[in-house]
Ligand binder design. Sequence first.
Ligand code: N01
Length: 550
Amino acid sequence: MGTTATGETTKNRRRTNGAPEVDAVVVGAGVAGLYMLHRLRGLGLSVQVFERGDGVGGTWYWNRYPGARCDTDSVEYSYEFSDELQQEWRWSERFATQPEILRYLEHVADRFDLRRDIQFGTTVTEAAFDEAAGRWRIATDDGARISATYFIMATGCLSAVNRPAFDGLDRFEGEWYHTGAWPHDKVSFAGKRVGIIGTGSSAIQSIPVIAAEAEHLTVFQRQPNYTIPARNAPLDPAEYAAIREQYDELRSRAKENPAACWWELNPATAEELSEDERRQELESRWELGGLAMYGVFNDVLANPAANDVATEFVRSKIRALVDDPHVAELLSPHSFIGCKRICLDTDYYATFNRPNVTLVDISDAPIEEITRTGLRTGGKEYEFDTIVFAIGFDAMTGPLLRVDIRGRDGQTLKAKWADGPRTYLGIAIEGFPNLFTISGPSSPSVLTNMIPSIEQHVEWIADCIAHARASGRPCIEATRQAEDEWIAHHDEVAAGTVFPGCNSWYVGANIPGKPRRVMPYTGGFPEYVKKCDAVAANGYEGFTLSVARA
Ligand code: N01
């Protein structure tokens, strides 16, 4: 890595703690790792954080592509653990840009003096549980070793990029970029012929921005996505002041929402509404912008008939926004809405009315190869100066499995998860004592506002560690039975939703060979929190505590 936007360089790659042994190692200094460090320090633990990037921010450190901004309102996409923090910070727009969110996380790191325990520019490569000692032995790519009682993966759900595996990429003579690992210096598209592969959230945000600058932009689409106008705008000072006064109330109300968001979930099913009422509800959520469409009908994610009402509505909007009926049809998804992440955009559909933008449907003709001067698909060659890969991530399991993690009896996490991830609550894994995953598979994570979900995990994990230490049996491990029961419940709930019915990254369909299963917990945030709270209240039911089970 070179110099970051914040001027930090790889000189930061030094052992901040210096100790060969600490109470806890945390991997990642994004939203989750920063708060985990703060919370564990509060318990009096010695903590070492390792961060691959040269600065804090996690997802907001890496995803610097043009147009990158959050799809959750900035006033709710922020920590709530410190009232002083939420009162002193000022968001400027409804949906904050990547640079603004990164500045916020840098402010958090400074305000809580977190950097002194973070070693930047360092990748954790291996972690093995030493059963005799009851400690994790952890190796990093600088050749160093450290041991810790607790090992916490705060590596995020979307941090392992789906690397372009197209034949011929090494021959390409132009420039190419991945949206999820964008350079820190500005990339110029002026006067360039640009090709972009992918039409997920990252592409949908960047396409209008690139099209405004490039000589020509060609978009290669495998499957279209549903996208809703973001309706971004500067925050109104009076409205913002009112929000700051009611933060507590708004945030606790969000905890009743399945996605931990402030949008209202319609209590009525589609069937309970008249056609006019359904139309009004859809129109008002389209006008409101943001992700409120997820709550348009109580059963939109559970009942295919209700889902069809919403999908036909969005398709009618696409037909109205795109001039060429053939292009409008290509841009119109026919899958369930919400079973892939709904995207938010600014002028996405209108961009396809520009004379310098071409849509190429590759649903039946995969990209055959990258050539010296561009790419070939459907037997046709396209020439580009720049190719942008907006092809997403090896989601949820990718960030965990790229570290060689070994639990009891040397069992690797990779072997344990050969048929798909298995966890207890998305937080703990049987056979891997004292390992915690923040937003792990089978937690609501990516189906919710990530920040309250992360805070809930961090606080739960910190309480769990405090409990284990206070009991004099600091080694805590999920039982096989608890894990089996959680996974059975997780699968049963998922089967009653639209999520299994789409080729999405939620089910691993975007990564060839990845076992197919719904990865996030689909039962909603309130139900999930109730379950976590009950587990804790019942003395960490489903866990065993020991001194160190040699
Ligand atoms: O990735 P994606 P993303 N050949 O996986 C296509 C969050 N996020 O980076 O749909 C050709 O959604 C792939 O096609 P298909 C958000 O949760 C949030 O855009 O698999 N095409 C798809 O079109 C989001 O869901 C924000 O058929 C290939 C695209 O690439 C998640 O991150 C902003 C291909 C990948 O879309 C991921 O979004 C950005 C191939 N070989 C991201 N492989 C906000 O907060 C893949 N594709 C606003």
